[in-house]
Ligand binder design. Structure first.
Ligand SMILES: NC(=O)c1ccc[n+]([C@@H]2O[C@H](COP(=O)([O-])OP(=O)(O)OC[C@H]3O[C@@H](n4cnc5c(N)ncnc54)[C@H](O)[C@@H]3O)[C@@H](O)[C@H]2O)c1
Length: 259
């Protein structure tokens, strides 16, 4: 364990498994106290219990990300547990892939709600909490950086067949990232996004069939899917003070999928 996130309070949505779980574990290893949000209560509790058993600090939250109420409740969970929040990672996500002519309104709405509205709502809650403190700190000349790390995707940068809902949401998240970086920079709130590619429950179905796997992996310069643990260090960097002069950027951590 080193201490790049010593005592920082970090909220990670969708952290019960996959990339989110790897992020909370990496954050705790760097000294952070975490809020493990996941709509899958069992997964959130398991992650929390594991972290606590290994000597870390974690609290679980089960809010379904996608509404203002859920976002405000999540923020309250963090403040009740730790009294402060330093980092928000908007990671929760779902897929409802379908070609445009077959996509239902429910498939469109649910993906937009979790990814785009969820990212907006959670960030809005954090920013409303941070703004008055950041203004006072700025006037006192002792600025403190706070971080939002969003999660986009190759689909949000170059599009993807069957993912008009997901690509629209993830491209929207790129827009939110750049807009908030401009709105909040003067308050020392850094806003960046990561476009990951990792083998998780979300992506495993894409490589189950040998031919599909071959075609998909041919698109990666490194020729393979990464593991969630290979994605998490980039989140640590963007959450830590090492990235205080970086904002409004999209970092691909994807084995060279998008070049
Ligand atoms: N795996 C990849 O290659 C890849 C590529 C690009 C982007 N992403 C993005 O990375 C993020 C994590 O993906 P993953 O691969 O770890 O997926 P995953 O399916 O393994 O994990 C997603 C987690 O989010 C939770 N979740 C879903 N909806 C939620 C909600 N409304 N509220 C709270 N929790 C919710 C799920 O229960 C699950 O634990 C997502 O935003 C995804 O779009 C992943």
């Amino acid at each position: 364990m080193s201490n790049r996130l010593a005592d920082k309070v970090c909220i990670v949505t969708g952290a019960g498994r996959g990339i989110g779980l790897a992020i909370v574990k990496a954050f705790v290893a760097e000294g952070a106290k975490v809020v493990v949000n996941d709509v899958d209560k069992e997964a959130a509790n398991l992650a929390m219990d594991q972290i606590i058993a290994e000597g870390g600090q974690a609290v679980a939250d089960y809010q379904p990300i996608g509404t203002v109420d859920a976002a405000e409740s999540l923020l309250r969970t963090a403040l009740d547990a730790y009294g402060e929040v330093d980092v928000l990672v908007n990671n929760a996500g779902i897929l409802r892939d379908r070609m445009i002519h077959n996509m239902s309104e429910e498939e469109w709405d649910s993906v937009i709600q979790v990814h785009l509205k969820g990212t907006w709502a959670c960030s809005r809650a954090a920013i409303q909490h941070w703004r008055p403190m950041a203004k006072t700190e700025g006037e006192s000349g002792v600025p403190r950086h706070r971080k939002i790390v969003n999660v986009t995707s190759a689909s949000g940068l170059i599009g993807a067949v069957g993912q008009s809902n997901y690509a629209a949401a993830k491209m929207g998240i790129v827009g939110l990232t750049k807009t908030w970086a401009k709105e909040l920079g003067r308050l020392n709130i850094n806003v960046n996004a990561i476009a990951p590619a990792a083998l998780t429950a979300m992506t495993e179905p894409l490589v189950q069939d040998a031919d599909a796997a071959k075609a998909r992996l041919a698109r990666f310069a490194l020729g393979r899917y990464g593991q969630p643990e290979e994605i998490a260090p980039a989140f640590v960097f963007l959450a830590s003070d090492e990235s205080n002069y970086i904002t409004g950027q999209i970092l691909c951590v994807d084995g060279g999928l998008v070049i």
